[in-house]
Design a binder for this molecule. Sequence first.
Ligand SMILES: [Zn+2]
Length: 239
Amino acid sequence: MTRTPPLPDAVPASGDRRRHPAPAHLVFFHGPMDCGKSTLALQVDHNQSRQGRYGLLLTQGDRSGTPQISSRVGLQRAAVELDPGTDVRLLVRDRWATGHRVDYLIVDEAQFLSGEQVEQLAELVDESHVDVYAFGLTTDFRTRLFPGTQRLFELADDVQRVQVEVLCWCGLPGLLNARVVGGAMVREGATVVVADTAPAVAEPAPTEDAVRYQVLCRRHYTRGQLGPMPTGPGQLALR
Ligand SMILES: [Zn+2]
């Protein structure tokens, strides 16, 4: 007489997702200067915290010069300042060790992250199920991807261009950040601190004139034309 084996009372292990109930994500929002990235970062933080989740805000060289994420529309929140040597995994583990919850990270000025730091963020997502929302500039004044931006393009689960709110003087969407020294556009020099940000020290400039950045459409970037009102609204002077 044969015995019928008992029916399994659960789905086999291959279908078991219970150990990872909520896969986390690495999401990258990018755009030119002045496109509203920091405002969006604070909005995402607000939406997440309203759901009872705990976030940690990170930034580098915020325009206010103090560790916070601030936007041009006047919102601001305290943030932890990163430097190129910060291990983001240790930063989060230190929080956990002192009894703080960290469900998600908001990373502003993400273009300044090193490739290694982006990899650390990806590890936090995959191994610790921390959601990461990163915000940064797409390209520098030479139209090249920032290193942090490039690594985020390579590793992020989701990459979104921020709805462009900033226009070139001609009225077309502004996509590229031009560096202007002494009233003229320059295309060479250190990548440094383009930022959105600021108490940036520009590399030796040909004159004493302030370095500023202006968002242009691709055509006017290529032509090097800054328009009839180079000091008009929507342009940023770095102090
Ligand atoms: Zn234009």
